[in-house]
Design a protein around this ligand. Sequence first.
Ligand code: 13P
Length: 249
Amino acid sequence: MRKHIVAGNWKMNNGLIQTETLISELKQQEKTSDAEVMIAPSFTNLWHAFEATRQYDIEVVAQNMHFSEKGACTGEVSAGMLKSLGIKTVILGHSERRAYYNETDQSLAKKVDAALANNMRIIFCFGEELSDRKAGRQEDVVEHQIKAALFHLNASAFEHIVLAYEPVWAIGTGETASPEQAQDMHAFIRKTLENTYGKNVSESVSILYGGSVKPANAKEIFSKPDVDGGLIGGASLNAEDFFAIVNAF
Ligand code: 13P
């Protein structure tokens, strides 16, 4: 069902000690909103983070995974390995992985299938580059990314999928999509879902916005009707800032 979600993507930040410190600071924050809270530490800190948040309303999720279950894939981590730690959700398709680690629509479709086969929830990321937006083709790009990786699924699979629209030009740049730009794209994404899967699916999938969300702009972005939450990079590395965003709902 459609829910408010605020997820912190820590990216390649925080060693073990910093992870311990940030989690203990997160535990001291007061949550006043109904948003589900997630954090995505690096693989090496997942187990510690999972253990440290056991009694708390914070879900620990992974930033990526391989589509194979096991085998000769040096440096990779499978869905089964994540599940063996108790991890139930994985971020897939982040623009940094698409841009720097060769993730394609085809490999993402395989990762989606592998995650679902392991009963995992997916936060599926996509978004256009600046050149796409300048050329006015942002909707075509987003539609293609979603359809290529997800539209082979049946409707019930969408119970396990959260979408995250992250325009590449707004990631880590301090430049946020305006609340209206975010709303327009989220409405377009929902319409795209509705056209193939019907309103039951389109109205029940949570669509997050990501890209320079900060305490100062979160409330306005989250006030838009089709924005169900945020995927937060930089601001998720500070406990007070992150919870200010969580509490912006
Ligand atoms: P920033 O919030 O640092 O722009 O990062 C967004 C992001 O990429 C989250 O996945």
